[in-house]
Design a protein around this ligand. Sequence first.
Ligand code: PLP
Length: 373
Amino acid sequence: MIPQTDPKAAYLAQKAEIDAALARALMSGWYILGEEVKGFEREFAAFAGAPRAIGVANGTDALAIGLRALGVRPGDRVITVSHTAVATVAAIEMIGAVPLLVDIEEGGYGMDPEALEAALSLPGAPVRAVVPVHLYGHPAAMDRIMPIAAGAGIPVLEDCSQAHGARLLGQGVGSFGQAAAYSLYPTKNLGALGDGGVLTANEAALADQMVALREYGWRERYISDIAGQNSRLDELQAAILRVKLRALDADNERRRHIAALYRAALDGLAFGLPAERRDARHVYHQFVIRCRRRDQVREFLRGKGVASNVHYPLPVHLQPAYRGRIALAPSGLARTEEAARTVLSLPMFPQLPERDVQRVAEALAGAAASGLD
Ligand SMILES: *Cc1c(COP(=O)(O)O)cnc(C)c1O
């Protein structure tokens, strides 16, 4: 079976270096918030073009801590999308804030700027943050979202969990908003071998607030200035991440190359191919096609030895935990619901061999030839 993703292949590609980094971290005798985390934070900030980076325990915590650092309080509204990992919405509720979900843009998967603008003028509790998601590795329309949010005086926290290294108009994602949150889950473009997350902040005071929030609200050891939590990145994961960060640009290039191979091979078939803005650098966390008979296509591929996945089969607002109680933009979420019915994620990871890309494309051609598209 050709896997849809393969974090072990990423480990094996850098095994000697990762094993050495682990041995170094183990022998240091210091296992939480030490030199490895500091090193990773410095190196990730440089990579992201941000003044500061702050390691945390996972991507959900990064979002929650980012929102709190931006001043979001219980009862405040936060606008985001429903076509995302449930974590984006869960993080908003974790801090007692109230999600307001808007639709995605026509022809893409990012927040629709017009839906954002309309949602900002709804009556009700004040909106205190906007969380665009750079889903699948393609940047959301930050060139349109930022002026709208800035015009309303509302800070933006970018969810970059699927877009480490993506760019728009020559600028890295995560550097448009006041802050950005990244998951470092093993299958992400930059993945730990366990849980991890990281935040970036555009100014020192905001970064200091995040540092305090991730460890009991301490500014000085054992003295809580504010009510914080425990969300620390550990030294072993940080040591691994420093090795993997060095491969991230090459890994993203390899993902882009695989995407180009898919495009060439699928050209002319009836599947919808992912859009890439000309002024964007898509980093293909996923290569997502659109199929009318998605579940049958998926079954057909499985029969040909090709694994695929669906990100995500149910939009957040239709999931049992949220259905009927979550605030939605009055114009509805039609594009989101259509995407959930038709999206299919093909095998995509840097170590995927070219012959497997061809086999995936041949299997899809076979599906189309038997009337499944
Ligand atoms: C993976 C992911 C998260 C959550 O990250 P965890 O590390 O699993 O908590 C949040 N948002 C998006 C868009 C993601 O893909």
